[in-house]
Ligand binder design. Structure first.
Ligand code: SF4
Length: 362
């Protein structure tokens, strides 16, 4: 299907898409979320990074805790990486936390502790993509620029009955162009705040992935997909992402220590699954795990129930194997760079969420 030409939604004026969205957001959008009170780029940036791929209800739990410990960009920049990862633990997508920390350090060292005020400069910072940069610039500095995250792509592709395959970068560039054309023509006051929040709210609460609530949509009569009864045809995404499955055997290796246990943990490499986090020794097969354990200790291995865990492009099956054994139980340390960590230190280090659950359940 060819994408349509300009539509009424792209025209300005009081009845155009932008002004409808602004009025709707002010009356019916989401208000009172803790990050909405602020025009402080640090707080807005933190919320935007946390909200990527994470539900609002989860962020509502993490955001105040993170801010209580790191109230400004300087305190975050000065923190040890392990502490940042520990506070992020459970939010997933840990590259966000590593980039968050790096970004804070760059803001302090290169920008004197103040975030740049324009989207193009913000986008140069670690972990800040085009849409996040636009959100910070629009919310904090009133810049006339559109966000375009997954939710907004869905809304606009339906509004415009945009028939190109959004898996193609050329189609995404076209959508950026169209998103810019839909902006309020002459925003005043906090119009850009209401407009940007309105795009987010419309995608999250009305124009949802399945069963959109078109009867409650403020732009229903501008929406081409709705007019042609083709809402479920959009967005068009031709290339589906195949989820790979991966099985890991985790050696939950512990020994008694004063007041509890010590656990043998290693740090994951800097790239790949759980990069930079702490983790029990990982093996790619049951046999590899057995061979790493000295034969006189093997009969102490206990296989615990398998845990299923989903990542963006992977389904993981984690096979936890418990070993109550001392340092000599692993042949040559298994060739791994591990260390003993006391059970009561686990809260202070970065652990993947399913690993934390496993270790805390021992
Ligand atoms: Fe989405 Fe329906 Fe509104 Fe169109 S009318 S933008 S499909 S909610």
């Amino acid at each position: 299907m060819r994408s349509p030409g300009p539509v009424a939604a792209t025209t300005g004026g009081q009845d155009g898409f932008a002004m409808r969205l602004i009025h709707w957001q002010r009356q019916h959008g989401r208000h009172g979320l803790p990050w909405q009170d602020s025009r402080d780029p640090y707080r807005v940036w933190l919320s935007e990074i946390m909200l990527q791929q994470t539900q609002v209800s989860t962020v509502l739990d993490y955001y105040p805790r993170f801010l209580a410990r790191f109230p400004d960009v300087r305190s975050l920049a000065a923190a040890p990486a392990d502490e940042v990862m520990a506070l992020w633990s459970g939010l997933g997508y840990y590259s966000r936390a590593r980039n968050l920390h790096r970004c804070a350090q760059v803001v302090v060292t290169d920008h004197g502790g103040r975030f740049p005020t324009g989207a193009s400069a913000l986008q140069q910072l670690p972990g800040i993509g085009a849409s996040t940069a636009a959100a910070i610039a629009a919310f904090c500095f009133g810049e006339r620029i559109s966000i375009l995250d997954g939710n907004v792509l869905r809304v606009l592709s339906r509004l415009l009955a945009f028939g190109e395959d959004l898996a193609r970068s050329g189609a995404q560039r076209q959508m950026w162009q169209k998103a810019q054309e839909l902006l309020p023509p002459h925003p005043v006051g906090d119009d850009m705040v209401a407009y940007t929040q309105g795009l987010m709210d419309l995608g999250a609460t009305v124009c949802t992935r399945s069963r959109p609530r078109c009867s409650q949509c403020p732009v229903q009569d501008l929406c081409l997909a709705h007019a042609h009864h083709q809402v479920d045809r959009f967005p068009v995404r031709g290339r589906s992402v195949r989820r790979q499955s991966v099985s890991w055997w985790l050696l939950l290796w512990r020994r008694p220590a004063a007041g509890g246990w010590q656990l043998g943990l290693m740090r994951r490499p800097g790239t790949g699954i759980w990069a930079g986090l702490h983790c029990p020794p990982v093996f790619e097969s049951d046999e590899a795990l057995r061979m790493a354990v000295v034969d006189t200790w093997r009969d102490r291995l206990q296989w615990l129930p398998v845990v299923a865990h989903s990542l963006t492009h992977r389904e993981m099956r984690l096979h936890p194997v418990l070993l109550d054994g001392d340092a000599e139980a692993l042949a040559g340390g298994g060739g791994l760079d591990w260390r003993w960590v006391k059970a009561d230190e686990l809260a202070g280090i970065g652990l993947p969420a399913p690993v934390r659950q496993l270790l805390e359940g021992l």
